[in-house]
Design a protein around this ligand. Structure first.
Ligand code: NAP
Ligand code: 3JN
Length: 349
């Protein structure tokens, strides 16, 4: 084979356009790229490695001859087209929540649980962006010292909610600066009853509310963590907050280890040698990552590591990553790299 035939579904979106950029940097062989979206974008053109590619409307037969399909057009589109793509022989890497908690679908962050790919039946799920960066930062700690509890508060960028949310932040910022009335139509959640301004604001709601007073975004973080770490006993609580930043999710993570030999020095040593992690931590010189530090980077940045002053086994850290790259497009392309490396680009019979 001279390379894989790759399709991107949702190619015009905030995530899809980054998938195309990440495919340009991929090291696995690519023979062709097909770009899929809705009827609205059919006929428009995007460029891949200097070559114009015409966007096509997605239909079941779009996946004939496709080896790897990257999906990022929303959960209902994945539910409709992933089985069709697999039926036609494509391995689907799905960036939505449609299949994440299915028992026969691996939920993969390559730095953490690449081996789970061996069990795939045609669909592989890419976790939620906020979960991914937390897993990259916590897995080195879990491996060395064990983990019993995580309490995370997120500071999430608007690009996580799509192109329309990015536009909303920019328009509202302009309206505020011009002393004009501010209009809110999208955030905190497109499908919810009320909308609030995001410009110069912080919204303690991402996605709509679900059980026990937690939002779906918070439930995703709690459930996905247990699945990826293969440990139902880890206690996890999340509070997810939207802030007026375009890209780069930040998280304040409190965690408790099991092994009382853990020290700040020891955890820093693990993080310094961990795949996908860049440690930027020196309070003396004000060295710590900010949201902007991560933009355009594939790694997850960690700083502000410190011991809790009351809880013997407790620590705090600050974790930042580009939500559209490691949180979505890069993790998906990295999964494709892993599938190629492990010779798993095939749908089991
Ligand atoms: P977006 O900017 O709004 O883009 C949506 C994309 O989906 C566009 O390419 C759109 O194409 C396409 N689309 C919409 N309806 C379609 C249909 N009926 N058939 C085919 N394509 C259709 O959204 P986004 O931020 O890129 O997010 C897309 C999805 O990715 C989200 O819904 C979510 O499931 C997932 N996501 C995951 C994460 C994560 O945490 N891992 C983060 C963000 C998003 P048109 O140009 O034709 O409208
Ligand atoms: O808001 C964010 O920062 C991340 C959003 C992720 C998202 C947005 C719409 C639908 C998801 C996701 O991947 O969890 C979904 C979804 O597929 O459920």
């Amino acid at each position: 084979m001279s390379g894989y035939h790759v399709a991107v579904l949702g190619a015009t979106g905030a995530v899809g356009t980054k998938m195309l950029e990440m495919l340009e940097e991929a090291t696995f062989p690519i023979a062709s790229v097909k770009l899929l979206a809705s009827k609205r974008s059919a006929g428009k053109v995007l460029s891949f490695k200097g070559q114009d590619i015409v966007i096509e409307e997605t239909i079941p037969d779009s996946f004939v001859g496709v080896d790897i399909a990257l999906f990022s057009a929303g959960g209902s589109i994945s539910k409709e087209f992933a089985p069709e793509a697999v039926k036609r022989g494509a391995v689907v890497i799905d960036n939505t929540s449609a299949y994440r908690m299915d028992v026969d679908v691996p939920l993969v962050v390559p730095e953490v649980n690449e081996a789970a790919l061996h069990t795939h039946q045609g669909i592989i799920a890419n976790p939620n962006c906020s979960t991914i960066q937390m897993m990259v930062a916590l897995e080195p700690v879990r491996k060395k010292y064990g983990l019993s509890r995580i309490i995370v508060s997120t500071y999430q960028a608007v690009s996580g909610a799509g192109i329309s949310a990015i536009n909303e932040l920019k328009e509202q910022a302009q309206q505020m600066l011009n002393d004009e009335p501010v209009e809110a139509h999208i955030l905190p959640a497109g499908g919810d009853k009320k909308h609030f301004p995001i410009a110069f604001n912080a919204l303690p709601q991402i996605d709509v509310f679900s059980d026990a007073g937690y939002t779906y975004e918070e439930w995703k973080m709690m459930n996905e963590t247990k699945k990826i770490m293969e440990d139902e006993t880890i206690k996890v609580a999340a509070t997810c907050v939207r802030i007026p930043v375009v890209s780069g999710h930040s998280e304040s993570v409190y965690f408790e280890v099991k092994d009382n030999s853990a020290t700040v020095f020891g955890i820093k040593h693990e993080l310094e040698h961990a795949p996908g992690v860049i440690l930027q931590d020196d309070p003396e010189s004000q060295l710590y990552p900010t949201a902007l530090t991560s933009v355009g980077k594939k790694e997850t940045f960690v700083g502000r590591l410190r011991k809790d002053l009351d809880e013997e086994l407790g620590f705090h850290m600050w974790v930042v990553s580009d939500n559209l790259l490691k949180g979505a497009a890069w993790n998906s392309v990295e999964i494709a790299e892993s599938l190629h490396k492990l010779d798993l680009v095939r749908v089991p019979k």
